[in-house]
Design a protein around this ligand. Structure first.
Ligand code: ATP
Length: 338
């Protein structure tokens, strides 16, 4: 059996229940998986000192990590990890899930690739006197190039088109620079269709014709807006997962961290009723990244089929608790893999 070592960043609230679900599913895979836990819970972080050091060391060692939800008290663990590991690209697939109701009739399957740094988010800005406030908008070549390469590689591997989107006609220097970098990268992928769309038009068109869009490549703040809008279209902010990537100088992915959307859900923590879908989808992305896309696909199919069959947890209208839902997924996966 092939071996795979994954750092696990333990969190708060429903984190332990999500972890139990991931481990149950992992046991059904034909892989010798070794999870290396690092405690990033609030208690561990409050003790001070080494929690983040240990996390960073372990992620650099295994080069792949799965992170469970963490409480933000003083610092945001996600922001700390992003800075320490220099994550520059976020990949956020947003998919309709049959069986989860939404106000939107069409199916959505967007692969949002977002520059994870800069834009307007690295500078809180400052007030100038009573009546004016300013902030810096930062667009850097390196993360834009990394995001564009990631988007085009992903599109090539999966036979998809890339749409880059910004307000380059107005933000000529910043967004114009971004689109120029994307065009430069795109020229190395003549087999991948690329088009450019103004971001305001994109929002309308994704709603009007979601099937026209596959990989969407955007700067930080646009990615933030688009991800939440797309999640709203599929009826849930909490069922998706994302991948965070940091790159070596030669352009190869150096480390990757996968995490479920959604928070620590303190109101239901410890009751065994949380929905592990997002954590399992995060695990699926980790499997894809580690070169086991067939297993990632089988896991996604098992999760999505279970929900479509109404075998789901209460938050999405089902009657199962976390363990029973995980059992359905694990059984389906085991059947699919024989
Ligand atoms: P945090 O401060 O960590 O973001 P929160 O409670 O403010 O926690 P969420 O954790 O996103 O925010 O929870 C919002 C609501 O969604 C809560 O009622 C919670 O119980 C529910 N929820 C979140 N995640 C899940 C899940 N995996 N399964 C079931 N319900 C969930």
């Amino acid at each position: 059996m092939e071996r795979l070592r994954i750092t696990e960043l333990l969190g708060d609230g429903i984190g332990p229940e999500l972890r139990e679900s991931v481990h149950a599913v992992a046991a059904a895979l034909p892989l010798a998986l070794e999870f290396i836990p690092v405690d990033l819970s609030l208690a561990a972080r409050r003790r001070g000192g080494s929690a983040y050091d240990l996390a960073e060391q372990s992620i650099r060692d295994t080069r792949i990590a799965l992170k469970y939800p963490t409480v933000t008290e003083r610092e945001s663990p996600n922001a700390v990890l992003r800075q320490r590991l220099r994550f520059s690209v976020i990949h956020r697939p947003v998919l309709s899930i049959r069986g989860i109701s939404s106000n939107f009739k069409e199916d959505v399957a967007l692969e949002i690739v977002r520059v994870a740094t800069g834009g307007t988010y690295d500078d809180p800005g400052q007030r100038i006197g009573e009546d004016v406030a300013v902030s810096l908008r930062i667009v850097e070549r390196r993360p834009c190039t990394e995001a564009a390469r990631f988007a085009f590689e992903y599109a090539r591997r999966n036979g998809l088109t890339v749409t880059s989107s910004s307000k380059h006609t107005i933000q000529r220097a910043t967004d114009g620079f971004f689109e120029a970098i994307v065009r430069e990268v795109a020229s190395g992928y003549p087999d991948v269709r690329h088009r450019v769309e103004l971001f305001d038009a994109l929002l309308a068109k994704v709603i009007l014709r979601p099937h026209d869009y596959q990989v969407v490549l955007v700067l930080n703040e646009y990615g933030d807006f688009l991800s939440d809008m797309a999640c709203g279209l599929v009826g849930s902010l909490g069922t998706g997962a994302s991948g965070n990537y940091a790159f070596a100088k030669d352009g190869r992915i150096e480390v990757a961290m996968f995490d479920p959307a959604g928070g620590t859900a303190p109101d239901i923590a410890g009751r065994g009723v949380c929905n592990p879908t997002a954590a399992l989808l995060a695990f699926g992305l980790a499997l894809d990244h580690a070169g086991h896309a067939a297993l990632g696909n089988a896991l996604r199919k098992a999760v999505l089929d279970a929900i479509a069959d109404g075998k789901s947890t209460a938050d999405v209208g089902g009657k199962l608790d976390t363990r029973s839902f995980t059992g359905v997924v694990t059984d389906a996966l085991a059947d699919a893999l024989v």
